[in-house]
Design a protein around this ligand. Structure first.
Ligand code: DWN
Length: 397
């Protein structure tokens, strides 16, 4: 049974960037209660009230995975690694977004499944066969019938977004060839607990995985984990290497080592998450205190990166344009719009970060290194970033 340990209050759908903020639009805006629970049977951390995916993955999906040098490089490296380590006649990516991973393969080598129709259109135009729908057993059967069983299935920042994991993993088992491998990566609950990055909880992140929780769940779909990696991407992610239970692939020692570490970190105990929730409450108070203090001194504060994550922060901490004048973001289809729930205007970095800005709250804290390099002029003139990860603090040159 899922035991609630965190209540992040009333939240909007993070993909719902508003074109205008008139009475009618605001009246129609959808909100839900964002509460998080821990299942003491399979140790899974999930949202208590997940949203219907049809409301989230529309033909107006805003996020573009290729909007950072960091992730372009990360996807290039994993593509190279998978091609080197596994022989795959035919591969599939589930949740291909704008093709940031696909583009590292030839069009004959790989196909994709992407529910957001505007994104599926982009990758089809790039020449990659993309099925514009959700991953499930029906599409898996269709693909196996039309093509053949898959030697490699890859998925990044997608599986954690799917409420029905049993259907998802049964479909994988169905589509994989006898010794095929399924590799997927998502934000890691172990890092979220360590980094106090509670903004990784939002409507799209229905689950945040640990090795302990996923092992239990994959078992029920006749799948097993044979290797695992912890990654720096997105503030700490975990990459699972999975095959069929009966496959002859050997389980690597680091799988057992990480399970021991997770038990030491207490990822199998409700008390760990309750302590986390207390820290988050303190983090909220200290962020609001800092922003109010800075504003009182007449300083100008903006936010950097109109991330889905920052919607959780702004709505949980009740931060609006009284505390943050506007947000800058490099994603064209976010510029000129307003952030979900708190309706802070979004501008392009070119027009937004100028010499009169004193502080920038890091909505895209997971790209600190890349952003510091890019905005060195801002830092040199005395500008500072503000972050809440792992504690509320300012970051200068
Ligand atoms: O899981 C998800 C992750 C992968 O992406 C999705 N559910 C939704 C989305 O979440 P996010 O918005 O928190 O992701 P990012 O990748 O942290 O978003 C970074 C944002 O910052 C993008 O909108 C681009 C922007 N950005 C920028 O304006 N200038 C990023 C960099 C690096 C920059 O220099």
């Amino acid at each position: 049974m899922k035991k609630k340990f965190l209540n992040l209050l009333k939240q909007p759908i993070t993909n719902s960037y508003l074109r205008k903020i008139d009475k009618k639009t605001i009246k129609k805006e959808f909100f839900y209660n964002l509460s998080v629970g821990f299942d003491d049977k399979n140790y899974l951390v999930s949202l208590i009230n997940p949203i219907n995916p049809k409301k989230q993955y529309t033909d107006k999906y805003a996020h573009r995975a290729s909007q950072s040098v960091t992730m372009n490089e990360s996807f290039k490296q994993i593509a190279l690694k998978l091609k080197k380590r596994f022989v795959s006649k035919f591969s599939l990516e589930s949740g291909s977004n704008d093709g940031v991973f696909l583009k590292n393969f030839t069009k004959k080598q790989i196909i994709a499944v992407e529910p957001c129709k505007n994104l599926a259109k982009i990758t089809n135009k790039m020449g990659y066969k993309t099925y514009g729908q959700f991953w499930n057993k029906k599409i898996a059967r269709k693909i196996v019938k039309k093509h053949f069983n898959l030697d490699l299935i890859f998925s990044a920042n997608t599986i954690s977004h799917i409420p029905n994991l049993k259907e998802t993993f049964d479909a994988v088992c169905l589509a994989l060839s006898k010794n095929g491998v399924f590799v997927f990566e998502d934000p890691y609950i172990g890092s979220v607990i360590k980094m106090n990055s509670y903004d990784q909880f939002y409507d799209e992140h229905v689950h945040l995985f640990s090795l302990l929780s996923i092992s239990e769940i994959l078992e029920k779909s006749n799948l097993k984990i044979f290797d695992v990696e912890l990654l720096p991407t997105h503030g700490g992610s975990i990459r699972f290497y999975v095959c069929k239970k009966l496959s002859k692939i050997k389980i690597k020692k680091n799988v057992f080592d990480l399970k021991k570490k997770e038990l030491l970190q207490g990822l199998n105990k409700l008390s760990t998450y309750k302590k986390f929730s207390i820290r988050i409450n303190k983090s909220k108070k200290s962020l609001i205190r800092l922003l109010k203090k800075i504003k009182k001194k007449g300083k100008r504060v903006i936010s950097y990166g109109a991330t889905y994550k920052s919607a959780t922060i702004f709505n949980y901490c009740n931060i609006d344009s009284n505390l943050i004048e506007y947000v800058v973001d490099s994603t064209k289809n976010k510029q000129g719009k307003f952030t979900p729930g708190k309706h802070i205007p979004i501008k392009s970095p070119g027009s937004g970060i100028d010499k009169n800005i004193d502080y920038a709250f890091l909505g895209a804290w997971n790209f600190l290194k890349e952003i510091k390099k890019k905005e060195i002029k801002f830092l040199k003139k005395g500008g500072k970033f503000i972050t809440h990860v792992p504690s509320v603090r300012t970051i200068g040159l």
